[in-house]
Design a protein around this ligand. Structure first.
Ligand code: FES
Length: 150
Protein backbone atom coordinates (compact mmCIF):
# COMPACT_ATOMS: atom_id res chain seq x y z
CA UNK A 1 0.00 0.00 0.00
CA UNK A 2 1.07 3.57 -0.62
CA UNK A 3 -0.45 7.01 -0.33
CA UNK A 4 -1.30 8.83 -3.55
CA UNK A 5 -2.34 12.47 -3.83
CA UNK A 6 -4.67 12.85 -6.78
CA UNK A 7 -6.25 15.83 -8.51
CA UNK A 8 -9.78 14.74 -9.37
CA UNK A 9 -12.50 17.06 -10.66
CA UNK A 10 -10.55 20.05 -9.39
CA UNK A 11 -10.15 18.69 -5.87
CA UNK A 12 -7.18 17.19 -4.07
CA UNK A 13 -7.90 13.66 -2.91
CA UNK A 14 -5.74 11.15 -1.11
CA UNK A 15 -5.94 7.38 -1.21
CA UNK A 16 -3.91 4.61 0.41
CA UNK A 17 -3.92 1.71 -2.06
CA UNK A 18 -1.74 -0.83 -3.82
CA UNK A 19 0.23 1.11 -6.49
CA UNK A 20 -1.00 -1.29 -9.18
CA UNK A 21 -4.68 -0.51 -8.48
CA UNK A 22 -6.33 0.75 -11.67
CA UNK A 23 -7.67 4.30 -11.45
CA UNK A 24 -11.14 2.91 -12.24
CA UNK A 25 -11.23 1.06 -8.93
CA UNK A 26 -9.74 3.96 -7.00
CA UNK A 27 -12.58 6.11 -8.31
CA UNK A 28 -15.35 3.60 -7.74
CA UNK A 29 -14.28 1.73 -4.60
CA UNK A 30 -12.27 4.31 -2.69
CA UNK A 31 -13.75 7.66 -3.69
CA UNK A 32 -17.36 6.67 -4.40
CA UNK A 33 -17.23 8.22 -7.88
CA UNK A 34 -19.30 5.49 -9.49
CA UNK A 35 -20.31 7.30 -12.68
CA UNK A 36 -17.29 5.74 -14.39
CA UNK A 37 -18.25 2.18 -15.35
CA UNK A 38 -16.50 -1.17 -15.57
CA UNK A 39 -17.12 -3.09 -18.76
CA UNK A 40 -14.21 -5.24 -19.85
CA UNK A 41 -11.17 -4.34 -17.75
CA UNK A 42 -8.83 -4.67 -20.73
CA UNK A 43 -9.17 -1.31 -22.52
CA UNK A 44 -11.51 -2.78 -25.14
CA UNK A 45 -14.94 -1.23 -24.48
CA UNK A 46 -14.55 2.39 -23.36
CA UNK A 47 -17.02 2.23 -20.45
CA UNK A 48 -14.31 3.40 -18.04
CA UNK A 49 -13.22 6.45 -20.07
CA UNK A 50 -12.07 9.49 -18.08
CA UNK A 51 -9.98 12.53 -18.95
CA UNK A 52 -6.32 12.73 -18.00
CA UNK A 53 -5.13 16.29 -18.60
CA UNK A 54 -8.03 16.67 -21.04
CA UNK A 55 -7.41 13.54 -23.06
CA UNK A 56 -9.70 10.50 -23.09
CA UNK A 57 -8.06 7.48 -21.43
CA UNK A 58 -9.16 4.03 -20.25
CA UNK A 59 -9.05 4.07 -16.46
CA UNK A 60 -9.34 0.27 -16.16
CA UNK A 61 -5.76 -0.28 -17.34
CA UNK A 62 -4.14 2.76 -15.78
CA UNK A 63 -2.37 2.05 -12.49
CA UNK A 64 -2.88 4.77 -9.92
CA UNK A 65 0.90 4.99 -9.58
CA UNK A 66 1.14 6.22 -13.19
CA UNK A 67 -1.01 9.36 -13.02
CA UNK A 68 1.19 11.54 -10.81
CA UNK A 69 -0.09 15.11 -10.62
CA UNK A 70 -2.16 14.89 -13.80
CA UNK A 71 -5.64 16.37 -13.75
CA UNK A 72 -8.27 13.65 -13.71
CA UNK A 73 -11.82 14.48 -14.77
CA UNK A 74 -14.68 12.02 -14.39
CA UNK A 75 -18.27 12.30 -15.60
CA UNK A 76 -19.14 13.77 -12.18
CA UNK A 77 -16.74 16.66 -12.81
CA UNK A 78 -17.41 17.32 -16.48
CA UNK A 79 -19.78 20.20 -15.68
CA UNK A 80 -21.40 21.84 -12.68
CA UNK A 81 -25.00 21.00 -13.48
CA UNK A 82 -24.93 18.54 -16.33
CA UNK A 83 -24.80 21.48 -18.70
CA UNK A 84 -21.70 20.66 -20.74
CA UNK A 85 -22.58 21.09 -24.45
CA UNK A 86 -22.11 17.35 -24.98
CA UNK A 87 -24.45 16.51 -22.11
CA UNK A 88 -27.07 18.94 -23.46
CA UNK A 89 -26.77 17.42 -26.94
CA UNK A 90 -27.13 13.92 -25.42
CA UNK A 91 -30.43 15.00 -23.85
CA UNK A 92 -31.61 16.71 -27.02
CA UNK A 93 -31.02 13.55 -29.05
CA UNK A 94 -32.28 11.23 -26.28
CA UNK A 95 -29.14 9.16 -26.84
CA UNK A 96 -29.06 6.53 -24.05
CA UNK A 97 -30.96 3.28 -24.13
CA UNK A 98 -29.77 1.19 -21.16
CA UNK A 99 -27.27 3.93 -20.33
CA UNK A 100 -24.41 1.79 -19.07
CA UNK A 101 -21.80 2.90 -21.62
CA UNK A 102 -22.92 6.51 -21.85
CA UNK A 103 -20.60 8.13 -19.29
CA UNK A 104 -17.68 6.72 -21.25
CA UNK A 105 -19.24 7.84 -24.53
CA UNK A 106 -19.71 11.38 -23.20
CA UNK A 107 -16.16 11.54 -21.86
CA UNK A 108 -14.76 10.45 -25.23
CA UNK A 109 -16.97 12.92 -27.12
CA UNK A 110 -16.12 15.83 -24.81
CA UNK A 111 -12.38 15.15 -25.09
CA UNK A 112 -12.72 15.05 -28.87
CA UNK A 113 -14.49 18.41 -29.01
CA UNK A 114 -12.15 20.16 -26.60
CA UNK A 115 -9.18 19.10 -28.72
CA UNK A 116 -10.97 19.47 -32.08
CA UNK A 117 -14.04 21.77 -31.99
CA UNK A 118 -14.99 21.09 -35.62
CA UNK A 119 -14.44 17.38 -36.18
CA UNK A 120 -15.02 15.73 -39.55
CA UNK A 121 -17.13 12.56 -39.84
CA UNK A 122 -13.88 10.63 -39.88
CA UNK A 123 -12.58 12.44 -36.78
CA UNK A 124 -15.80 11.54 -34.93
CA UNK A 125 -15.59 7.92 -36.02
CA UNK A 126 -11.94 7.69 -35.03
CA UNK A 127 -12.56 9.25 -31.62
CA UNK A 128 -15.68 7.23 -30.82
CA UNK A 129 -15.05 3.81 -32.33
CA UNK A 130 -13.36 2.51 -29.18
CA UNK A 131 -16.56 3.05 -27.19
CA UNK A 132 -18.84 0.05 -27.51
CA UNK A 133 -22.63 0.34 -27.06
CA UNK A 134 -24.49 -2.95 -26.86
CA UNK A 135 -27.80 -1.18 -27.44
CA UNK A 136 -26.49 0.23 -30.72
CA UNK A 137 -27.06 3.92 -30.02
CA UNK A 138 -24.29 4.85 -32.43
CA UNK A 139 -26.40 6.91 -34.82
CA UNK A 140 -27.76 9.06 -32.00
CA UNK A 141 -24.28 9.38 -30.49
CA UNK A 142 -22.95 10.68 -33.79
CA UNK A 143 -25.84 13.10 -34.21
CA UNK A 144 -25.31 14.40 -30.67
CA UNK A 145 -21.59 14.90 -31.21
CA UNK A 146 -22.38 16.94 -34.32
CA UNK A 147 -24.93 19.05 -32.41
CA UNK A 148 -22.46 19.66 -29.58
CA UNK A 149 -19.86 20.77 -32.10
CA UNK A 150 -22.09 23.51 -33.53
FE1 FES B 1 -12.03 -0.09 -19.45
FE2 FES B 1 -13.69 -1.63 -20.91
S1 FES B 1 -13.70 -1.27 -18.74
S2 FES B 1 -12.19 -0.22 -21.63
Amino acid sequence: MAIFNLNINGKSMQVDVDPATPVLWVLRDHLDLVGTKYGCGVAACGACTIHLDGNAVRSCVMPVSSVGGSKITTIEGLSENGDHPVQKAWLEHDVPQCGYCQAGQIMSASALLSNNPNPSEEDIDNAMNGNICRCGTYLRIKAAVKTAAQ
